[in-house]
Structures are given as C-alpha cells and as structure tokens.
Design a protein around this ligand. Sequence first.
Ligand code: ASP
Length: 216
Amino acid sequence: LAAAYTILLNGGPGLDAVVAAITVMENSGMFNAGLGGVLQLDGVQRLDASLMEGKELKAGAVAGLEGFRNPIQAARRVMDTSHVLMTNIGGRRIAQGLARLPKPSKASLEKLKKLLLREKEITSLYRKYFSTVGAVALDKSGNLAAGTSTGGTYAMLPGRVGDSPIIGAGTYAENATGAVSCTGAGEYILRRALAKETCMLMEGGTPATASRRALK
Ligand code: ASP
C-alpha cells in the first residue's frame, strides 16, 4: 500500500500504483506470486499476471512465464505492444532484462515431493490453497486500474493456466464502472468471466453488492 499510495499522492497513474504494489508482493516470497509462486507438478514455477487500465481499456498479460520474478512487470511491457497476452517464448522475450527467479528452494521441492505422494487426492488438495495477489487503484485523474499476479494453484498439471492472466476473468478495469482483481479457483472464475461480470454489475450498484451478486 505504501509503495502504491506514494505514487498516487504524487499524481502518478493508477496503473503504476498497481504495478508497484504487486511488485512488492511478488518480491516478498510470502504469497503465491513471483518469488513465492507454487511449483507445477513437474517442479517448475510458471507464473501468470495481467494488468488493465480503465480509460482506453489497454491491457497486458503473461501466462506460464518461466524464470522471471515479476510477471506483473512483463505484463506491463506487453501492454505497450499491439498484443494483450503472451505465453512461452514471447513472454520470455518480453521479460528479458527483468529480475530472474532463483532455482526453487529445497523446502518447496520437499513440499512438492510430499504432494506427489498423495497424487490420488490432488483434485481435493487443489481447492485448499489460494494466495494470489491483486491490486486496484483510482488515481487523481479519475482513472482506474487493476492487476493480478499468481503462481497458479497448489497441485496443478504442468501447463495449466487459470483466470489470473485472462482479461475479463481474473482482471478487469473500466473507468465507467470499476476495477476488479479475482482470487479463487481459476476454472470457476474463467467460466463466468467473473471480473468483467462484477464490473458490469457495478453499473447499478456498489462494489460490495456487485461482488455479492457476481459470486452468487
Ligand atoms: N485464481 C488463481 C488461479 O486459479 C489462484 C488463486 O487465486 O490463488 O490460478
């Protein structure tokens, strides 16, 4: 909050505030995002992030990014191209020069080993752990922005992508309505395009009532 709020107080864009807040959380290693992103079942961290601003509806996202600590910054770079979503080689190229991820820690490899021993229960384990990070901001010019960053879910098959890098599902921002970042089981959020649905419900209600109706 402090990193983001300083930017907003100085009249900076909401988009920069969202990137700053999420970068702090990605660097902390305390969340399932960036440094702390969970391993997929083959032992690799593949990170997802997305970002959107509400004035011109510009958006950027990366899915399954390997080797970089701040996927939200890679998403910011994608926003400056003519594309919205990059995977694999395109994502890695665009992230060139950003901070690298260290090899997974012994502790996270141990955790994965234990998890693999319980392979039969993976579907139920999957639902237990969510700690994706997100931020929304409103700047002095009245522009909204939203962003989301995640390592995915606990116990996921290699190559799985959830809602977080999908504009309209995990992230949405539009000045006329609102800004939304989602967390939870991505497969359900994707099917409802929940971030956009919540935004649309805000046309006639508060963020709280819109969220409640969207979840219902
Ligand atoms: N929504 C994320 C995903 O499905 C997980 C989370 O929110 O923790 O990848």
